[in-house]
Design a protein around this ligand. Structure first.
Ligand SMILES: Cc1cc2nc3c(=O)[nH]c(=O)nc-3n(C[C@H](O)[C@H](O)[C@H](O)COP(=O)(O)OP(=O)(O)OC[C@H]3O[C@@H](n4cnc5c(N)ncnc54)[C@H](O)[C@@H]3O)c2cc1C
Length: 321
């Protein structure tokens, strides 16, 4: 079985859940080999071993993180030329997809983005599932040329531990001048809300114009907190100034793919669907039974969200005891 390179998504060594998901998927395809770029490996080490990394490639040159993502594509391309992996997996976020695109060009390889599942096909090569047309169709895709490069959406797999003792290898790479086109001049930590990151959360509760005001968003936050989830918002709610732009879900906002998505007071415009259509289970609360969002609901409540959400929050909190 060949190596499956997994680019580890982390913040100064704090490994994101998406990396554990990718390592879990990599084990279905071959031998997981984590690619750790940047600083903080000591903090990441135990997690990567716990989730089955047989090998860790350490790429710690400062230049790799002093610029935007182009140097990481250079690095992965050089590593892939050397290691000849059976596939390369990255997280389907904006950085991951940009690196994957650049990498595919450099390697002359096929690329599949936004996979919601990846399994080994009959010949052992990865087969990726994509969810398209507002979640109405599933597409199975296989890379036919070069090293398969696949970006995988958060929550595509449940992280399963499988202890390993990874072999560590430091790798030095050459960064091209072209990759140094945009330097990072400042980094600032995001304000902590105590809630999970929107794009990675297993549960997202989103509010739309039906919420009615910024103050009323407390009912959305209340349900999100009861479920241990993140808060999202439609563009109408964001444009009204009720919730910060960073929480907008949709075509011009964040793409989310949680296990559970609750849409409260959201009509279901195509631009909103574009950001949440691959959610596993969709629950809708809307007072209009004709609202288009009901078409994609697994479970719908026709009612006033100001009554339904607090009742749901109360009941969930009671059951959690
Ligand atoms: C180029 C472009 C990009 C866009 N990008 C995005 C994007 O990224 N994300 C996005 O969301 N939109 C985006 N939009 C906007 C999108 O077209 C819609 O206008 C927007 O999603 C509507 O938001 P909404 O569903 O909250 O509001 P509305 O469409 O006004 O729907 C409000 C819903 O709330 C219900 N409601 C009202 N009161 C209550 C209540 N008390 N209880 C329960 N239900 C209630 C109503 O029945 C209605 O269905 C984009 C548009 C364009 C043109």
């Amino acid at each position: 079985m060949g190596e499956i390179l997994v680019l580890v998504d982390h913040a100064d060594g704090v490994v994101r859940k998406t990396a554990m998901e990718l390592l879990t998927i990599a084990r279905r395809l071959g031998e997981p080999a984590a690619v750790f770029v940047g600083t903080g490996y000591e903090r990441a080490k135990d997690t990567l071993a716990a989730y089955g990394a047989q090998k860790v490639y350490l790429l710690e040159q400062p230049e790799l993180t002093e610029y935007l993502v182009a140097p990481q594509a250079d690095a992965l391309a050089q590593l892939a030329e050397r290691a000849q992996p059976a596939a390369i997996l990255l997280t389907s976020n904006s950085d991951g997809k940009e690196i994957a695109g650049r990498l595919a060009i450099k390697l002359g390889s096929g690329l599949v983005t936004d996979a919601v599942d990846v399994v080994a096909g009959d010949d052992g090569a990865p087969v990726a599932t994509q969810s398209v047309f507002a979640g109405n169709y599933s597409v199975q895709a296989k890379v036919t040329h070069g090293t398969p490069i696949i970006t995988v959406k958060p929550n595509a797999a449940t992280p399963e531990p499988a202890a390993a003792q990874p072999v560590e290898e430091k790798v030095g790479v050459t960064i091209s001048e072209a990759a140094k086109g945009a330097r990072v001049v400042e980094r600032a930590p995001r304000t902590q809300t105590g809630r999970p990151d929107l794009t990675e959360a297993a549960v997202v509760v989103s509010g739309g114009r039906g919420v009615g005001s910024a103050e009323n968003f407390t009912v959305v936050e209340g349900l999100a907190d009861a479920l241990g989830g993140a808060v999202g918002a439609s563009r109408a709610a964001v444009d009204s100034g009720w919730y910060p732009h960073a929480y907008q879900v949709g075509q011009t906002g964040k793409t989310v793919s949680p296990q559970l998505y609750v849409a409260a007071g959201i009509s279901g415009a195509i631009q909103h669907r574009a950001g949440m259509q691959t959610s596993r289970t969709i629950v809708v609360v809307n007072k209009d039974p004709e609202a288009p969002i009901f078409e994609m609901a697994d479970f719908g409540v026709v009612g006033d969200l100001h009554k339904v959400l607090p009742q749901a929050t109360e009941e969930i909190t009671r059951r959690k005891g």
